[in-house]
Design a protein around this ligand. Structure first.
Ligand SMILES: Cc1ncc(COP(=O)(O)O)c(C=O)c1O
Length: 418
């Protein structure tokens, strides 16, 4: 007779998930079955739980990043939405986003009922500070900067612009967990940092995300939106303690199972980053670049995550040849996995064609929106040119140094003969 909700049977399913052989699974089951105390995971709920893995994960995350607060959520997308709502962004507000980012950054703006203003990147593959300045109007409330490919935006310039115009800064750090700009963790420069922990990110929990913040009030509002059941509150059903604390939200809570995986992953973050950066150095120091190609000038080359090292080609033709021949990766062919890629604004017909979930067209067709900026696939020629001329060298922490040296040699030869 089972005496708890999640016990040995559930634990053995997890062991199976990790691809442990049937023989060893039988041994583990037998070993645990004979223990006096049987496995018991409680109810997998983070609140009212002194052993919560989610709380432990958040504390370790905030400590590692060097910020006051970290809130675990169920995805990077929900981290962005909760941050925008927490910052008070809503109907009639404009939010500046780069034309090169995964579509989730811009979708989060629309879901938050604001309108996206999509601006160009510069040669560093990050949002252009000049383009931000040009796009600011009296309706602008926030900037979402995106640290694509584990690289970094120029956070000093962006924060200076934001302060001067009283704008909120949300750092979409989905792809750059563990990176820095001038020694300070990405995601801790702005008002909010949003990290994705999905399956393909630097560290992952299968699905998941983390919101980083320093401001107590805004963090409380992010908690409010992420758990409308209000389990996060000291007195769950108590009256509003401060104006702006209570409003209708979602359920974006992270599950204890994901947090447990996250704790183990977080402990590996330093190793992942230092290994990838070391491999970047090998590429930079050993690859012989022919005329017409150079390593992309980054905002802070020492602070990148290192799993992607970009190359800039002087002309599009050379870049296209190198990408077609698979000498380097990249988005020049307008495709990553065989489909039109949603990392580039010209493929976001949700935005260019104002597609919305209901026929009323909210938030685009809204009395609060007077001057809607309309886009088409040719609206970002600067970004398109940069993307076409960019080749990517992908790096994994699981490669050996010997393999990296061989790849560096092959890259020199490939580019020389391309
Ligand atoms: C730049 C960027 N922002 C946001 C997201 C969304 O993260 P998630 O998949 O965890 O919702 C992603 C995921 O690919 C991303 O690359």
């Amino acid at each position: 007779m089972q005496s708890c909700k999640y016990g040995l049977d559930e634990l053995m399913e997890l062991v199976d998930l990790f691809n442990v052989s049937t023989k060893n699974q039988a041994k583990i089951r037998a070993l645990l079955a004979e223990e006096e105390t049987q496995p018991d995971a409680g109810v997998f709920f983070r609140y009212y739980n002194p052993r919560s893995k989610t709380v432990e994960f958040e504390r370790a995350f905030a400590a590692r990043m060097g910020c006051r607060h970290a809130l675990a959520v169920n995805s990077g997308t929900s981290a962005l939405i909760a941050s925008l709502v927490a910052a008070g962004i809503g109907p009639g507000d404009e939010v500046i986003v780069p034309a090169y980012t995964f579509f989730a950054s811009v979708s989060a703006v629309v879901v938050s009922k604001a309108v996206p203003v999509i601006v160009d990147i510069n040669d560093s593959l990050a949002i252009s500070p000049e383009a931000i300045e040009k796009a600011i109007t009296p309706k602008t409330k926030a900037i979402i900067v995106v640290h694509m490919l584990g690289l970094n935006c120029d956070m000093e310039r962006i924060m200076e612009i934001a302060r001067r115009h009283h704008l909120i800064v949300v750092e979409d750090t989905a792809q750059a967990c563990g990176g820095q700009f001038h020694g300070k963790s990405l995601g801790t420069w702005g008002d909010f940092g949003c990290i994705s922990l999905d399956a393909y990110k630097v560290i992952g929990t299968g699905e998941g995300g983390m919101i980083l913040a320093n401001d107590d009030f805004m963090f409380m509002r992010a908690q409010s939106y992420h758990d409308t059941a209000a389990c996060w509150r000291p007195d769950r059903f108590g009256k509003e303690r401060v104006e702006g604390e209570l409003f209708c939200g979602e359920n974006y809570r992270m599950c204890e199972l994901e947090a447990a995986i996250g704790l183990a992953q977080l402990r590996k973050l330093d190793w992942i980053i230092s290994t990838c950066r070391h491999y970047c150095d090998i590429f930079r120091n050993t690859v012989k670049l022919p005329e017409g190609v150079h390593w992309t000038k980054l905002n802070d080359a020492d602070g990148i995550c290192g799993y992607a090292l970009p190359l800039s080609f002087d002309d599009q033709e050379f870049s296209l040849r190198a990408q077609k021949a698979k000498i380097v990766g990249g988005n020049a062919l307008n495709t990553t996995r065989g489909a039109r890629d949603w990392h580039m604004a010209w493929n976001w017909e949700h935005i260019t064609e104002l597609k919305t979930a209901t026929s009323e067209g909210c938030p685009f067709k809204c009395p609060m929106v007077q001057d809607l900026k309309r886009y088409n696939k040719d609206s970002w020629p600067v970004t398109k040119d940069i993307i076409i001329r960019t080749g990517i060298v992908s790096i994994s922490q699981f490669e050996t140094e010997t393999a990296i040296l061989e790849r560096a040699k092959a890259l020199s030869e490939g580019l020389a003969n391309c």
